[in-house]
Design a protein around this ligand. Structure first.
Ligand SMILES: [Zn+2]
Length: 114
């Protein structure tokens, strides 16, 4: 059965982690929190750094999700602008009005005299 990490189970774990990340010596941390130096060393190497990697990965995923959301919103805006541009190029008529049925007479083409 694997041993429980005394630092992970420690009531002041957050303070120990902060001290370890701030660069305090293992001996100072051990003395301040009444734990063994080897426990601090093992905790930092096997648990604390692994958690930092996981936190960084989660942050990256979160940032990627934010970027994807932004890109999606921009796409929606671009599509809305495109639809508006298409509407402005088609003949304008009131909503619900039928399309005009009358056609313009064919255009007369003037040719230079021979
Ligand atoms: Zn630990």
């Amino acid at each position: 059965m694997p041993r429980t990490c005394t630092i992970c189970a420690h009531a002041e774990r957050a303070a120990i982690d902060a001290a370890a990340l701030a660069g305090a010596s293992f001996r100072d941390i051990a003395g301040q929190f009444h734990v063994s130096r080897s426990a601090v060393l093992r905790h930092k190497a096997e648990h604390l750094l692994a958690e930092l990697v996981k936190a960084k990965q989660a942050e990256d995923v979160s940032r990627a999700t934010d970027l994807l959301t932004m890109a999606t919103e921009r796409d929606k805006t671009a599509l809305a602008l495109l639809a508006r541009a298409d509407e402005s190029q088609s003949p304008s008529r009131p909503r619900g009005a039928e399309a005009p049925t009358a056609r313009l007479p064919p255009r007369k083409v003037s040719r230079p005299p021979r």
